[in-house]
Design a protein around this ligand. Structure first.
Ligand SMILES: C[S@@+](CC[C@H](N)C(=O)[O-])C[C@H]1O[C@@H](n2cnc3c(N)ncnc32)[C@H](O)[C@@H]1O
Length: 284
């Protein structure tokens, strides 16, 4: 396993109604979750994100912006692991899946339930985020009705969606991410779960990949998904399924309109907290 990285903890304080909006934006920016503290919120970033977040917070142009304050704290590898240990506990996102961190004991296997062991390392995707839980549960239910021989995982992060799909019967998966660290961590997690032989990895731009898949999943931010929409449509085989998440519930309708124009129809929508996921079927 590669060494645990340094993270930067951003603690932000703002008037109550503004804090909620800022916390959602920061969570989207970090790709992780938000920790509430008395009157404020903490979000973890990679060191290279600090300048961008300072700029975002410094340039807020909304009522109450002048009351927003924030500070940074450096979190070294071992300390980071302790934070994960506090917040990442085993859980079940769906009927056939059980997610557990690598440092927890795995009990005897339960019939019909696949255990995924995840080391969050440097990538997003312990499964604890609402959007990941939504996509895991949709993949589980979809594969019962409609098994898929292969899948493309766009923005794979820790590789959790790919690993789940492989354990639930998908023959082979291509996991890709623009972040080379994420792709490396996805490979390590796949090996940890014994599915690396059926997982291919790609780091770079989605437009650089050739092929079409009967199942494509993309759990990325709304703005990025919208930018990738024509390419996601192109990579989904005729009659195939595209699952998108990373969308706020209020963004669901707009996303549906864009993908409707690209030949998709909605077969299912699920919401959890402030987030939603859409299952879209491409015309045959
Ligand atoms: C919210 S995380 C999702 C991780 C994991 N798939 C999950 O569901 O938990 C989004 C991932 O998308 C990646 N990403 C962002 N923009 C991307 C792009 N244009 N193409 C591919 N991956 C991208 C990020 O590096 C990050 O790992």
């Amino acid at each position: 396993m590669t060494s645990t990285p340094t993270w930067m903890k951003c603690t932000v304080y703002a008037p109550h109604e503004l804090l909620e909006v800022i916390a959602i934006s920061l969570a989207e920016e970090s790709g992780g979750g938000v920790e509430e503290v008395d009157g404020g919120a903490c979000v973890y970033f990679k060191p290279e994100d600090v300048e961008r977040i300072d700029k975002y917070l410094g340039e807020l142009d909304v009522p109450g912006a002048d009351e927003v304050t924030w500070s940074w704290e450096r979190i070294e590898g071992e300390e980071w692991l302790d934070i994960w240990k506090k917040y990442f506990h085993p859980f079940s996102p769906s009927a056939r899946l059980w997610i557990t961190p690598t440092w927890e004991e795995v009990g005897p296997p339960k019939e019909g339930v696949e255990t995924i062991r995840i080391d969050p390392g440097r990538a997003f995707g312990t499964g604890g985020h609402e959007t990941t839980k939504l996509v895991l549960s949709l993949i589980d239910d979809l594969l019962v009705r409609d098994p898929a021989p292969s899948m493309l995982d766009v923005g794979c992060g820790s590789g959790i969606l790919s690993i789940a799909a492989l354990l639930l019967g998908v023959g082979e998966v291509l996991a890709m991410d623009i972040d080379p660290n994420a792709v490396e961590v996805a490979g390590e997690n796949a090996a940890l779960n014994g599915v690396d032989g059926r997982l291919s990895l790609y780091s770079g731009d989605l437009r650089g990949i050739d092929g079409k898949w009967p199942l494509v999943v993309a759990n990325i931010l709304y703005q990025i998904i919208m930018g990738l929409a024509p390419t996601l449509a192109e990579k989904t085989a005729p009659g195939g399924t595209l699952i998108i998440s990373g969308l706020l519930s209020i963004e669901g309708e707009a996303a549906l309109e864009i993908f409707g124009g690209l030949g998709f129809t909605l077969t299912e929508r699920r919401d959890l907290g402030e987030w939603c996921a859409l299952v879209l079927k491409k015309e045959g």
